[in-house]
Design a protein around this ligand. Structure first.
Ligand code: NAD
Length: 492
């Protein structure tokens, strides 16, 4: 059976191998990895367990495409047109891709659909940008013309996580391809069915051989082989800080650059003068979207003491109505990705309970969800001590930590009081204060009276501090995925 549509109950989508030079090839060992549907706990697919040999084969195809193949000869406008064609193909296959993403990740259908729309939008944005990446001329000595051009790195390796496979496909490949790199992607073993299908669509719309190659498999084998391979010119990684460290070490050993997007503990700083009715949907959705498995989840609700009871009471009331269910139920959230992630969330909550931290609101799990699914009820903890793990560490689940602060200076200090710095929200009707706080918070993105957990293809996105480095999205991604070359011409 093809990895093309939602399987009937009990059916398993069989592995098609590795995607290299626009075709499926059996993987070197023939080994497979089972893929479980988070909503049911049932095996729904088997993917190839890519090995070092498979990574090398994909790398060589990408290198050929870049150095001597049709891909390397395309002009920027031709690359842009291909990206736009892929964007339209994704829109045309939106129903199929939505069903696949929902099955693979357990997301509510509306979230899965939003992710497919975003994936198409990445290719639209970067398709339009491809022929607008240019260098400068530089005033220099008499008798010289000095200029810069932005050139692709060459072959880039992309390692992506399981939380937003379709979006990550667009987010990392869109800019990499727009500037002319040839690519090898290692998607996450827990959820990679849409990237596999999207690669097929790219071939169908005419991407030349070797531009996009996909090696599925485990992180320990395929992922580690990709980072250790000596041929790549640049790596993009999104995932856990622990693996991010390994990726950076591997990149350093090969003397290449990398971008790391490693998650966060993003604060929503809420002042007593907040327009609460306007803020409430964002304050809740920012942590519950994708069952809290979003790197930019608004997982810390920091509330000014003078408004604490009123604000926290209103958030708690809304939070308590949240319900987790299957993708088809299309409720507020789905299950988490796997049993390990469920245990991780339960461990954080259990430890918080042992530390005497009170649950002030708890959502529910819908009646009738399959027994084997990985469901957790959303939980909101009040008065979380500032030095507790729940205030400092990324849970990656639907768990909101509420912490009071005294005044503006204290709010800023608290917002900046973790190792992370990915996204922040500031909620106040005082424009001067909003601006001051937005500028003092150490985060790659700060929203004022708004919050974009994962949104905004046009907006540069990435971390400060231990949230990582480099920028994805927007025009900034094109800079990270290319290098400046200076050319100096002496003339009479
Ligand atoms: P992970 O870092 O293990 O996996 C991310 C990607 O890296 C996957 O494709 C994986 O196969 C690959 N990988 C794993 N080990 C590797 C290795 N040694 N070398 C190269 N690649 C390797 O993340 P996870 O286990 O899926 O999730 C663990 C935690 O990471 C989560 O609880 C969460 O806190 C965090 N996380 C963050 C993000 C994010 O968007 N920032 C996404 C997913 C997970």
């Amino acid at each position: 059976m093809n990895i093309q549509s939602k399987p009937a109950a009990g059916q398993i989508m069989e592995a098609k191998g590795i995607f290299v030079d626009n075709k499926w090839h059996a993987n070197e060992t023939g080994g497979t990895v089972d893929v479980y549907a988070p909503a049911t706990g049932a095996v729904v697919a088997r993917i190839a367990a890519g090995s070092a040999g498979d990574v090398d084969r994909a790398y060589k195809a990408a290198r050929r495409a870049f150095e001597e193949g049709a891909w390397g000869r395309l002009t920027a406008v031709e690359r842009g047109r291909l990206l736009l064609k892929l964007s339209r193909a994704i829109e045309d296959h939106a129903d199929e891709l939505t069903a696949l993403e929902a099955l693979d990740c357990g997301k509510p259908l509306k979230q899965a659909r939003a992710d497919i729309v975003a994936c198409a939008r990445y290719f639209e944005f970067y398709g339009g940008a491809a022929d607008k990446v240019h260098g400068d001329t530089i005033p220099f000595l008499n008798g010289y013309l000095a200029l810069t051009e932005r050139v692709p790195h060459g072959v880039t390796g992309q390692i992506i996580p399981w939380n937003y496979p379709a979006q990550m496909f667009g987010r990392t490949l869109g800019p990499a391809l727009a500037v002319g790199n040839a690519t090898v992607m290692k998607p996450a073993e827990d959820a990679c069915l849409t990237p596999l299908r999207l690669a097929e669509l790219a071939a169908e719309v005419g991407f030349p051989e070797g531009a996009i190659n996909i090696v599925p498999g485990t992180g320990e084998e395929a992922g580690a082989a990709l980072t250790a391979h000596r041929g790549f010119d640049f790596l993009s990684f999104t995932g856990s800080p622990e693996v991010g460290t390994m990726v950076q070490i591997a990149a350093a050993k090969n003397h290449i650059g990398c971008t790391l997007e490693l998650g966060g503990k993003s604060p929503q700083v809420v002042f007593a003068d907040v327009d609460l009715d306007a803020a409430l949907p964002s304050l809740v959705n920012a942590i519950v979207q994708n069952a809290g498995q979003t790197c930019s989840a608004g997982s810390r609700l920091l509330v000014e003491k003078s408004g604490y009871d009123r604000i926290v009471g209103a958030v708690a009331e809304r939070f308590a109505k949240l319900t987790a269910g299957t993708p088809d139920m299309d409720l507020d959230l789905g299950p988490v990705i796997n049993p390990g992630q469920k245990r991780r969330v339960e461990r954080f909550c259990g430890n918080a309970g042992n530390d005497g931290i009170e649950v002030i609101a708890e959502g529910s799990i819908a009646d009738g969800v399959p027994e084997g699914g990985y469901y957790v009820a959303p939980k909101m903890f009040g008065q979380v001590p500032r030095d507790n793990a729940l205030a400092l560490d990324e849970v990656f689940g639907p768990v909101l930590s509420v912490i009071p602060f005294e005044d503006e200076a204290d709010g800023v200090a608290l917002a900046n009081g973790t190792d992370y710095g990915l996204v922040a929200g500031v909620w106040t009707q005082n424009a001067n204060r909003a601006t001051r706080v937005a500028r003092k918070v150490r985060a790659g993105q700060v929203y004022v009276n708004a919050y974009g957990a994962g949104g905004g293809i046009e907006l540069p996105f990435g971390g400060m501090k231990k949230s990582g480095h480099g920028r994805e999205k927007g025009f900034e991604a094109l800079k990270d995925l290319s290098v400046v070359k200076t050319i100096v011409v002496k003339h009479d």
